[in-house]
Each structure stands twice: as C-alpha cells, then as structure tokens.
Design a protein around this ligand. Sequence first.
Ligand code: IPE
Ligand code: IPE
Ligand code: MG
Length: 246
Amino acid sequence: MAFFQKKADIQVDMDHLPQHIAIIMDGNGRWAKKRGLPRTAGHAAGSETFRTVATFAKDIGLQYLTVYAFSTENWKRPPEEVAAIMNLLEKYLHEAIDRMARDKVKMAFFGDLTPLTPKLQALCHETEEISKGYDGCQVNICLNYGGRDEIMRAAQAYAQACVEGRADPHHLTQEQFGNWLYSAGVPDPDLIIRPSGELRISNFLLWQCAYAEFYYTDVLWPDFTKEELLKAIASYQNRSRRYGGI
Ligand code: IPE
Ligand code: IPE
Ligand code: MG
C-alpha cells in the first residue's frame, strides 16, 4: 500500500518516486538582481539551495539526482562570475568530502573537467573516488557540460574504437551508444525540472531526455524549496507516460 506524504497540500506517493530527477538550476542572477545584489550573491544562494535539495532527495530515497551546474556555454560570462561559480563549487566539494562517509551519497561529474583548475579537478576526482562504492543516492553534477558536446565526444570515441577494431558499427544499438556518454550506467531522467520561468532545454541531457517528463516553474532557483520539489514530483505522478504506445 502506498504511503502518501501530505505537506502543504501536496500529495506525493513516496513509494513511487521517479527513479531519476534532473534539475536545471537556473535563475540565480535574476534572484540577485531583484534584491539589488551582485550576480555572485545569487550563485551563493543557489549553492545553498542545491545543498538543501540534494540532502532532501537523499532523505526521501531518490536514487539519482542530476544537476546542471555549469554549461559548455557558460564560459561566455564575465571571468569574475565564472571564477565565483568555480569557487563555490570548490567550497561545496570540500564540505561534501567531509560529509560523505555519513551521507553515503555517491557523486559523479558529467562534463569535460580538463579546463577547470587543477585543484578543482583534483577535488572532483577525490569525491568520485571516495564515494564510488556507496550505494545511496547518486548525485551527478554537470560541470562544463553540454548535451551536444557529450554526444559528439561519444561519437568520436566510438569512431576511434571502430578504427581500432574494438567496436563494430554494424552492430551498434542505442543502449550501447549510451555507454559512451558521461551518463553511462545511469538510467535516463524520468523528470526534468527547470525553475526560473525559461521554457527551454539549454543543451541539457539531449540524448537522455527523449522520454523525460518536464516540469517548469517561475520560482527562481535560490527560492526553490523541498516543497517545490514535492510539487514537481506530484505533477509527475499525475502524468501518463506512453512512450509512443497507447
Ligand atoms: C544559473 O543561474 C547558474 C548558472 C548558469 C551557472 P543564472 O546565472 O543563469 O541566472 P539567470 O538566468 O541569469 O537569472
Ligand atoms: C542553463 O542555464 C545552464 C545552467 C543552469 C548551468 P543558462 O542560464 O545558462 O541557460 P540560458 O542561457 O538561459 O539558455
Ligand atoms: Mg540562466
């Protein structure tokens, strides 16, 4: 029998959570602007929201949470803003390392980490390494990530394997191709949430979103709460997924 959590009139069937939720953490800049603060203050507030939401996702027993932290296109921003985002990530990873043994959260990174500072790259590898044996919630952080970039890199690596005789193009399946992506081994997202009112995908999980359910809200990411996550899950649970069937 399903257990229903009733919180602020949001009814969620906790026995049938989506297996994988992905979030485009957008709206930090507008949140700051509304308050007359620098954009970096919005990113700081957004990183607090990420802590809250990731902890809540773990607590309710979500299996996979994937968040878009920095896109391949976000390098177009002023260097000071990029540096501030990277510093916040560094701070977050230091804290995560301290908490990992207790939380048993597995962390992974999707994206090309090589343009990041050696220090940040080392922290990413350390968190992946420490947590790789954990079987609790898996949090994937998309960092210097772009859906097209991911697919192109997979195609390149696959083509190279074919040239070297390690792969045979005549027998390629969608499932096998998926194993060349950053998300290898992770099921496709069931639910993709985008706060901030933008109704676009912005190069997020292009291959994996094929049959994802979308949830958009005007709430800006720093204002996103546990209740907002429950609202998104409740909306997801009221949908009928047909995958092209009837
Ligand atoms: C999302 O918030 C954070 C990143 C893209 C790194 P934005 O910084 O895009 O916030 P808005 O869209 O300008 O409000
Ligand atoms: C998407 O948000 C990327 C992240 C949230 C990390 P953007 O703010 O970069 O997307 P656009 O520019 O509005 O499409
Ligand atoms: Mg934005």
